[in-house]
Design a protein around this ligand. Structure first.
Ligand code: FES
Length: 221
């Protein structure tokens, strides 16, 4: 009886940096198994200057970042994080936390100039289909810096990256409302405590309330 050999299939994912078929680089594995700057203690007890939380529209995973900032030097001193994302999200955020805090901490301007490709390069590459995971830490860092700018009333420095601005006074976007809801805010007052939305621009309040309903329904049913 003749047996048909199984057809050889090409690996569907290739590491662009090394050209190898699907394999995490040694650096990715190191950061995944021993992540740097993870927040171990209870975040409620920790004292941080700013925090950012983002969700991945692609997979639903969430990333949270806490920063301490040297206000005088305009520099990031500490970058702590947590996620329930996958290995790529863990390795990429661990690497980002190192990049942001090495050499005494990056000036905020330089931290904002880090691109996801810079992180991937330092990791020795990631599979294409994992890129969306690698941007979570970067997005959470930007959200935390926006939180810092808001808290310190440096509104002009807030970067909205095309997200719809609903309050031009505080540059609060739809994404800020989404993040606040993901953090557990469920009333206008709670949202305002975090974002200051609508305090100087009350015309936007009906839209804010609509967004709270929408995101509560979306994430908490
Ligand atoms: S699959 Fe969700 S963070 Fe990677």
């Amino acid at each position: 009886m003749q047996t048909t050999k199984p057809k050889k299939t090409k690996p569907d994912v290739v590491n662009r940096q090394t050209g190898n078929s699907w394999a995490y680089s040694k650096i990715v594995r190191e950061h995944f198994f021993k992540p740097k700057n993870l927040l171990w203690e209870n975040p409620k007890e920790a004292k941080y200057d700013a925090q950012g939380i983002v969700g991945s529209p692609a997979c639903g995973d969430v990333m949270r970042v806490w920063l301490t900032i040297d206000r005088k030097m305009d520099r990031i001193k500490e970058f702590k994080w947590r996620t329930f994302g996958c290995a790529s999200a863990i390795a990429a955020t661990s690497m980002l936390s190192v990049m942001v805090t090495e050499k005494g901490g990056l000036p905020i301007k330089k931290a904002l100039a880090i691109r996801p490709q810079d992180i991937i390069k330092r990791l020795g590459g990631l599979p294409d289909r994992k890129i969306h995971c690698s941007v979570l830490g970067d997005k959470a860092l930007r959200a935390a810096l926006n939180d810092w700018f808001k808290k310190t009333e440096q509104f002009k420095r807030i970067e909205t990256e095309g997200a719809k601005v609903i309050d031009p006074e505080t540059m609060t976007t739809e994404a800020d409302i989404e993040e606040a809801v993901l953090e557990g805010a469920s009333t206008l007052e709670e949202i305002q405590k975090r974002t200051k939305v609508g305090i100087g621009f009350p015309q936007c309040i009906p839209e804010v309330e609509e967004l709270i309903r929408f995101y509560r329904e979306k994430y908490f049913g």
